[in-house]
Design a protein around this ligand. Sequence first.
Ligand code: OSB
Ligand code: MG
Length: 389
Amino acid sequence: MQPSSIIFDQEQEKQALDILVEKVEIRLIRLPLIEPFETSFGQIDSRLIFLVCLEANGVKGWGEVVASEEPRYSYETVGTAFHVIRDFLGPALVAEPIRSLAGLARQFAPFRGHNMAKAGLELAYMDLLAQLKQKSLSTLIGGERKSVAVGVSLGIQPALAKLIERVERYLSLGYQRIKLKIKPGWDLDVVREVRKLYPDILLSVDANSAYTLDDRDHLKKLDDFGLLMIEQPLQNDDLIDHVELQKELNTPICLDESIVSLRHAKTALEHRSCRLINIKVGRVGGYSAALGIHDLCFSRKIPVWCGGMLESGVGRAHNIALASLKGFTLPGDISASSRYFQRDIISPEVTVAADGTVAVPDSVGLGFQVDVDYVEHLTETRHYISRMT
Ligand code: OSB
Ligand code: MG
């Protein structure tokens, strides 16, 4: 069986389509969250959403830069991504025709880091390409699923009762897996309580790097709760201490922050730093790396799942397409638009069916319409990059 990134590249060669992007538009809109979201690195109550729109041949492709306002999950911020796209990536993108996704990734490769900025542009390019080829995004990348299984990520709460209430709510809405954000002081007791009330659910935890190897004895106690995984327990850039920890834990470690490229994924699997990988297009630099990591994991029988970054509907739509690839065998952090926002910027909004799945659209492109009037109304900042003529 051929990996999807290879099929994708071959397909691209057969039907090479040079796209000369006329304009790159970047803009920032603020969407309030329905309730604050707290992780081990702090709390937010709104999302400054970074949208990217590429225009070519009268068609617009949409992408989203998932960076946060503060450099906590990663060093990137909305501000750094704006700078890097405006001054470097945008001008490189419009400078010459884009032949393929791989070609675009090569164009960006000389610029070090800034994966979320690169990903925003790759996403918009893929939406554009899908429309020009009259295919759905899922079909374009070789997706096979008609629907994807989803779970929910629950932030740290001011009190245990509030958390239990939310676990109950999202289970009743059908979500197939509950993930609890943990940190020192909000871990064993919380997980024990949730597990006691729900002995059979798929339950996982995400520490967002809140521990070190010195906490190994403490973390080992999580083995008692039959967790599906513990996500990113140790430092955000570590692949070595996780090897030690994984040797001692029965619970599979899933890496999130530590996997920022295909090379990192290879190293992690070779050294057994983890047994699972969460793929986020933003963290790894876009579809080019995400497809590669998917294929690598599939060939090694390592389950992957699609992570989330509290995206607007644009990023969410891309996540749904990505999660339709065959290797995404665990529920993704892809929730309904209404889990985070009063009103999303796409129509229809993303909804979760009673069986905890989200349908993969089969219409052309993203499969959702961007509500341009609403986006316009919300726009706080915008900038255009076009070719120098
Ligand atoms: O670590 O997966 C994470 C949100 C922001 C930053 C990092 C993470 C998260 C989530 C939420 O867990 C996932 C989502 O529902 O979008
Ligand atoms: Mg995570």
